[in-house]
Design a protein around this ligand. Structure first.
Ligand SMILES: [Zn+2]
Ligand SMILES: [Zn+2]
Length: 338
């Protein structure tokens, strides 16, 4: 099956319609791959890689410091609280903001809420919001085929070595590789034209630093000392960034490799139940690839989806609307038989 390259607006936002949008003579996406104009060329590749190395490398080093302080019983309840608040706020910025709202338009909201979710997501330091969306829309168009920016299944060889190479590429390797990034012009023209989101995108560094200043300020205020501020920065900054990065990366790596397939999709997406709580529901990834525009990735009460629950709460409060839901008939039509 194929979705026509060059129609990113329709492809990733709407439910996939196998073959329906492609003339019969057009080659499959496996054979054709992406068009050159669908790939975002790197700007200053060496500098980009150095910054990526810094952002992915420093938090794990500081995690060692955090573990050492924990070992010495230097963890205060206020640090745990700062971690939890910062994790929840920035993770929701990514899951509800970057992903369900801005990539898939799973609900609509005011420009203020769009801006707030965009800022919170940017504090996760997962790159400028429009680049994040362009990469993720390209992932949905070319899922697990040539052109997917982070599939564990493409061109990594066979056997367990190939599997490990694929998982490493899908987890962090792709961040250093700019050969299959999504073109911002091609995959996110709507966001480039959105004044609120393009402002948040341009001022990415400012919001990233604010995401470090807030936990420092909270720690210093609650503890009344510079050391308390630094502890707040360690837990609400470095440890929180490390945790959220690797949960997000795990959706790209583990959720295309391990877990259960509930729905028929033409990719390797899977539902990984144990990752659902920390990922705020994003680990119901096979459900998501089956129904990309749905605001809810967990289906039914048994599949915990804290992002979906938050969106439902915001809907009741009148802060979001046009929340996309999938009918039981459409769910049943794609359900795999046991
Ligand atoms: Zn995926
Ligand atoms: Zn998605």
């Amino acid at each position: 099956m194929s979705r026509a390259p060059g129609s990113p607006q329709a492809g990733p936002l709407l439910e996939p319609h196998p073959g329906a949008d492609r003339p019969a003579a057009e080659p499959s996406r496996e054979a054709s791959g992406p068009l050159p104009e669908e790939i975002q060329p790197p700007v200053l590749l060496g500098l980009d890689r150095a910054i990526t190395a810094l952002i992915t490398g420093v938090p794990p080093l500081l995690l060692g410091l955090a573990a050492w302080r924990l070992w010495n019983r230097d963890l205060h309840w206020r640090d745990a609280a700062i971690f939890a608040v910062m994790y929840a706020a920035t993770a929701l910025g990514v899951t509800a903001g970057f992903h369900r709202l801005l990539t898939h338009r799973a609900f609509a909201t005011s420009r203020w809420m769009r801006g707030l979710l965009g800022v919170l997501g940017t504090m996760s330091i997962e790159g400028p919001v429009i680049s994040w969306v362009a990469d993720h829309r390209k992932h949905h168009v070319y899922t697990d085929c040539v052109g997917d920016p982070h599939s564990p299944h493409v061109d990594r060889g066979g056997g367990w070595r190939g599997a490990l190479r694929g998982l490493a590429h899908a987890h962090v390797g792709w961040l250093f590789d700019h050969t299959q990034r999504g073109s911002r012009e091609r995959f996110a023209p709507d966001l480039l034209a959105d004044p609120v989101i393009s402002f948040v995108d341009r001022t990415f560094v400012l919001w990233s630093l604010l995401g470090l200043a807030i936990p420092f300020g909270l720690g210093a205020l609650a503890g009344g000392s510079l050391q308390a501020g630094l502890d707040g920065l360690l837990w609400g900054g470095a440890v929180r960034i490390f945790a959220l990065h690797h949960v997000t990366y795990s959706i790209n790596s583990l959720c295309h490799f391990f877990g259960r397939r509930r729905f028929a999709t033409e990719d390797h997406s899977r539902n990984l139940a144990w990752l659902a709580p920390l990922s705020l529901g994003e680990a119901w990834h096979n459900n998501h690839h089956a129904f990309p525009t749905s605001a809810f990735h967990g289906i039914g009460r048994s599949e915990l989806d804290l992002t979906g629950s938050t969106i439902a709460l915001l809907e009741r409060l009148g802060l979001v609307w046009d929340v996309q839901r999938i009918s039981p008939q459409r769910l049943a039509a794609k359900t795999l038989r046991a």
